[in-house]
Design a protein. Structure first.
Length: 212
C-alpha cells in the first residue's frame, strides 16, 4: 500500500500556490512513474477523492479501481475557499484548525473521543504548511469535475457520511449517478472523516470493492 501527501501536507514540499486539481493529479502520476507503478487502485478522502476523479478521467489506463470517500465533484461557494486561503496565509493554520476539524466529526463523536479530535487539530497546526493548505483551497475554489465523471471507466465506490456538513450525501449521489456503474454507500452516524469515526465499516466496504 502506498500513501502520499498533498503539497504542503505531512512534509511534502509546498510550492507557491494557487494549485489546481489537475496539478495535484499530475503529482500522483509522477509519483507512480518514479516508483514504476503502472496501475493502481486509488482511494481518496475529501480532496484526495477530487484528485482521484481527475486521475480516473484523465489517466484511465493507470486506475484499476476507484474509491471516493466524503468528497465532491463541485464545491461552491468559491468565496469560501478564497477567503480561507487568504486567512491561513495571513494568520497561519491555528486561525482555522479548530473550525475545520469541528466539521470532520459529529458532536457525539467529538464528545466521546476528545483526544482524537485534539490530535487532528494538532496535526493541522504542526504538519500542514499554510501555503500548501491555501494552494489546495484554491484548487477546490476553481474545481468543477462534473463534466469529467461520465468518462470514468474504473469500477467506482462512493462513500458518504450521513451527517457530513462539508460534503453531504447528495454530493456523493451526484458523483455515483454520473459515473457509469458506480455505487453509493452512506455511512450512518458519520461526518466528513467517516474513515476515522466509522473505520471498521468504511474499511470493510473498501476491501470488498477493491477485491472485485
Amino acid at each position: 500500500m502506498l500513501r502520499y501527501e498533498h503539497r504542503g501536507h505531512g512534509g511534502s514540499p509546498a510550492p507557491p500556490g494557487p494549485y489546481s486539481i489537475a496539478g495535484l493529479g499530475a503529482d500522483v502520476l509522477r509519483l507512480l512513474d518514479e516508483l514504476e507503478i503502472s496501475t493502481a487502485c486509488y482511494c481518496g478522502v475529501s480532496l484526495g477523492g477530487m484528485v482521484g476523479m481527475w486521475l480516473a478521467a484523465n489517466a484511465p489506463d493507470r486506475i484499476e479501481a476507484l474509491a471516493l470517500c466524503c468528497t465532491s465533484a463541485y464545491l461552491p461557494p468559491a468565496e469560501l475557499w478564497r477567503d480561507r486561503a487568504a486567512r491561513v496565509r495571513a494568520a497561519g493554520m491555528t486561525s482555522i484548525s479548530r473550525q475545520v476539524v469541528a466539521r470532520w466529526f459529529t458532536p457525539r463523536y467529538q464528545a466521546a473521543h476528545p483526544d482524537t479530535v485534539s490530535g487532528f487539530v494538532a496535526t493541522l497546526e504542526r504538519e500542514v504548511v499554510p501555503e500548501g493548505y491555501a494552494g489546495c483551497c484554491e484548487a477546490i475554489e476553481a474545481m468543477d469535475l462534473r463534466p469529467l465523471l461520465a468518462s470514468v471507466t474504473a469500477p467506482t465506490l462512493v462513500i458518504a457520511g450521513a451527517e457530513d456538513p462539508a460534503t453531504p450525501p447528495w454530493h456523493g449521489a451526484v458523483i455515483a449517478s454520473a459515473i457509469p456503474g458506480a455505487r453509493l454507500r452512506v455511512i450512518r452516524g458519520a461526518a466528513h472523516l467517516a474513515n476515522v469515526s466509522a473505520a471498521a465499516e468504511v474499511t470493510a466496504a473498501l476491501l470488498a470493492h477493491l477485491a472485485g
